[in-house]
Design a protein around this ligand. Structure first.
Ligand SMILES: Cc1cc2nc3c(=O)[nH]c(=O)nc-3n(C[C@H](O)[C@H](O)[C@H](O)COP(=O)(O)OP(=O)(O)OC[C@H]3O[C@@H](n4cnc5c(N)ncnc54)[C@H](O)[C@@H]3O)c2cc1C
Length: 406
């Protein structure tokens, strides 16, 4: 019997396996990942930003994890030769309402202990000649990296410490008994088909499939049930000729009601600049092509009362996002609010990402990390942004929960 099986080879699962082995050298740890490689879903399709922790309630787990996670991410990257860059970022207000929201955000960021500089519109223009706004907040501690490379390094560390990482292996059932947990598995890189593993503890970090795996453990029923609602984040890439249009990352002021940060200009670690992501309801959890529909995912969305409640509450924003997703002109307008000289020709294709957003039956969009557990399993039900930045402290927290008595 294994000591620990971790389900999911995204950054949260791999950081968890790494943390278990750091605490208990020699433990028998297995990571199972259904794709042929690690980091194929959210972790490999994100903006690559090392967030500083501007947006989160001071003292909250999310705020603490972000600050600590950003420092650990930089350390890990340094130790493993993974490129990262301390770019800083500017949050730009373009309307009087956003100026007021930016003032609130500045207070929050200050309470989170961040180094900041407030800029007037003229100072912003001086610093970023191609960006315009009424005011801006310069957040010094934001950076960028390559989270897929971090995952590959974590997987190597797990193996070097005596653990195993089995890719192309999907968990199909979870049966918990008094002595251990039996996982039904499908696949295996050797084509072995249906097999099983037993473990004393199981930690499930399944991202876009989190609700289905939680249901296998019986922790996703009744009034507390949640569903993963996929929100596509569509990106474009600027042409190389626009590579110097911004020297830092440029973010709009987010709507405090929504868990997304708005379409931003992000310098990427490979030297490019991406535009995005938007946030459009997805009809396929893992279908990255535009217009992808998965009938099972669609049926799950339609059957869940929370989906309809989200639609009722956010229909106006949802429709606007859909319109701007299908019309490049609409999408362009979002970024032209702060970078007016970009044109349609500047929006080159770039793969989308899909966020796993947990939604409760009453339509609440869960903003925070959400864990559920049984005697021997811990399920990470919601690990939204900035969970890539915060993966190391999240992993520590998960292992604390997993080793505490149920
Ligand atoms: C568009 C976008 C932009 C973002 N930008 C940022 C950013 O700039 N900075 C930041 O900090 N965060 C960002 N995030 C958030 C961040 O990427 C995620 O919070 C983080 O990657 C979550 O990691 P994870 O390991 O929980 O999930 P994932 O990376 O999705 O990993 C889950 C894994 O579980 C596997 N799995 C699922 N079901 C099974 C099964 N049955 N058996 C075996 N394996 C299974 C999947 O194949 C997958 O590999 C962004 C997210 C998106 C989508």
């Amino acid at each position: 019997m294994r000591d620990v099986v971790v389900v999911g080879g995204g950054i949260v699962g791999l950081a968890t396996a790494y943390e278990v082995l750091r605490r208990r050298p020699g433990a028998d740890v297995l990571v199972v990942e259904k794709e042929a490689e690690v980091a194929r879903h959210q972790t490999g399709h994100n903006s690559g930003v090392i967030h500083a922790g501007v947006y989160y309630a001071p003292g909250s787990l999310k705020a603490r994890f972000c600050t600590e996670g950003a420092a650990r991410t930089r350390e890990f990257c340094t130790e493993h030769g993974i490129p990262f860059s301390d770019t800083g970022k500017l949050v730009v207000a373009t309307t009087p309402v956003e100026v007021a929201r930016l003032a609130d955000l500045t207070e929050r960021a200050r309470a989170n202990g961040l180094a900041l500089t407030s800029l007037t519109g003229a100072e912003l223009r001086e610093r970023e000649p191609h960006v315009s706004g009424l005011a801006a907040l310069h957040v010094h501690a934001t950076g960028i990296t390559d989270y897929a490379a971090a995952c590959r390094a974590l997987a190597s560390e797990v193996v070097a410490a005596g653990g195993e990482v089995h890719t192309s292996t999907a968990v199909t059932s979870i049966d918990e008994g008094t002595d251990g947990v039996r996982l039904g598995l499908d696949g295996g890189s050797d084509g072995s088909g249906a097999t099983s593993e037993t473990a004393r503890r199981v930690v499930v970090c399944a991202g876009l499939q989190a609700d289905r795996l939680a249901a296998m453990s019986g922790v996703n029923d009744g009034p507390d049930a949640f569903r993963i609602v996929p929100f596509r984040g569509e990106y474009f890439r600027l042409p190389a000729s626009r590579g110097d249009i911004v020297s830092t990352l440029i973010y709009p002021v987010p709507d405090p009601e929504l868990p997304f940060l708005g379409v931003h200009l992000t310098r990427t670690i490979d030297g490019g600049v991406t535009v995005g992501p938007n946030a459009v309801l997805g009809l396929s959890r893992e279908g990255y092509r535009k217009g992808s529909v998965d009938l099972r995912d669609l049926a799950d969305l339609a059957r869940f009362p929370g989906t309809w409640q989200v639609a009722r509450t956010h229909w106006r924003t949802g429709l606007a996002e859909q319109r701007d997703s299908w019309s490049r002109r609409g999408y362009l307008r979002l970024v032209q609010r702060y970078c007016p000289e970009l044109t349609l020709d500047d929006l080159l294709p770039e793969p989308a990402g899909i966020r796993a957003q947990a939604v409760l039956r009453d339509g609440t969009l869960v903003h925070d990390f959400l864990l559920r557990r049984t005697e021997r399993t811990v399920h990470v039900c919601n690990a939204p942004s900035p969970a890539a930045t915060s993966a190391f402290p999240i992993a520590r927290h998960i292992v604390d929960v997993a080793t505490a008595a149920a």
